[in-house]
Write a protein that binds this ligand. Sequence first.
Ligand code: AMP
Length: 559
Amino acid sequence: MIGIDLGTTNSLVAVCDENGPRVLANELGEDLTPSVIAVAEDGTMLVGRAARDRLISAPESGRAFFKRDMGTNAGYQFGGRRWTPVECSALVLREMKRIAEVHLGREIDSAVITVPAFFHDQQRQATVDAAKIAGLKVERLLNEPTAAALAYGYNRQDELSTLLVFDLGGGTFDVTVLECFEGVVEVKASSGDGRLGGEDYTDAFATWVAKELGYTAPKEQEMKWRNTLEHLKRRLSVEETVEVQIGVKAAPVSRIDFIEATKHITARLWPAVRRALSDAQLTPKQIEAVLLVGGASRMPAVQDMVQRDLGQEPQRSLDPDRVVALGAAVQQALCAGGAAVKDLVLTDVCPHSLGVEVSKALLPGHVQPGYFDPILDRNTTVPVSRSRTYCTMHPQQDEALLKVYQGESRLTKDNHLIGQVRIPGLRSTPGQEKGGVFDVRFTYDMNGILEVEVTILSSQKKLTEVFEQRPGTMSQEQIAEALRKLTPLKVHPREAPANRARLERAQRLFAELVGLLRESLSHELDLFEAALATQDSKLITTAAERLDAFMRPYFANED
Ligand code: AMP
């Protein structure tokens, strides 16, 4: 078993043994593998850095940020077919599995996978489907901030503390309040925004540049321009001013400009923190440590906000990029009963309220449908099982349609429909007790997946096969079909991922350079391709080293 952080921007894989958790690097020696897939010119499937580089020169050849579409019916067209977010995620998961197999020298068939705490049921189910396609059984879906707290708690099993995990990733924002004492990590509350992250900062920056500096990239240059802005954004986390190169002009942009351009996004962070604190019934003063997680929490404006509003310096002992994967590995060891973590216990909460739709008789004779009746309140400790009793509107009514919703609004139209159950056999016969009355039991497990059981009280008939037809989730046949479609895309053994990545990078640089430099690169590239053709590992290594040395200065900022 392994722990996988399947991120919007990057993914990581980790293991935990008696020496503690550690992240496993990919063939390029990097811990972070971009969550990007693309199809190369020759039809080879690319995952990771090679894919990201390919998207810069050929934006239509693949896809990034598909995690944002998990659990929806989104589709992307590239490589001559349509791809779903689940299939794209499956390829990244399969790559993580492969990296772990190379390190550990054995086959891996199950994993703990992290998801944003705010992922709803369909998004979780989509993640489980992606894992199945990748050939992995999901041992546990673990909320990302909980994973971070586990990694933190691993080293401090005998200290008591109340923690706040502030997790701002590429596409999602999660806040979680936890208590750690004597090896027990207990989640008190969690809150967040499923569509708020570092990428929104890049978008806002692009909008600002368009308005203030009058430049918008033409369609075919969009990926490249975004990449440029992404790097400037990161540099602004450490430098006071950077220069934006637009054609032959260079315009200075200060950190203050960036903060101003993105302040409407930063303003969306605090309400989630406030809600998590109030659900946990704590004040900022009662928080003993703040953990920052996710690459976007590196931005000074975000750190300043945390420090100012929570009144304390955030913890810096754990790397925000790696902490979630490390925690997933600790959880993996917990599931496997590893000796390294025998004293650690975890309890989690369900992040959303879950309930059903009901009608209310607000005035006599006037029934108003569309109200949300929560059965499980948000931030209830899981695993949990709770039931409520409902009855039909009319004694002659034979059937009811039970609609299950997730959310916090009073009206179901503002919440998220996650499934429905048709309940037949409810008609009440004269003299019958409990006619038209039924129990609805919600059971929410540690993976954040909901099971609904309906019991008709008059007949004691039970219905449990509820969510099999949830929209967005895949049937066994669909999973088998997706597997079949992905199989021909197996990476050719000659096409070692490191060499593919090198070729994509060289191609991308080739598109950027002109004149003599381009010719020199072309020469190095020819030598490398010739070496690959010989399949002689010594020749390949020498040619690869030459090519890398040529390219290094151009990518010094990126890696
Ligand atoms: P994650 O999903 O945790 O990998 O987060 C990646 C996000 O963090 C992306 O949106 C990055 O642009 C952002 N990010 C990473 N490093 C930095 C940095 N030094 N400054 C600002 N944003 C960063």
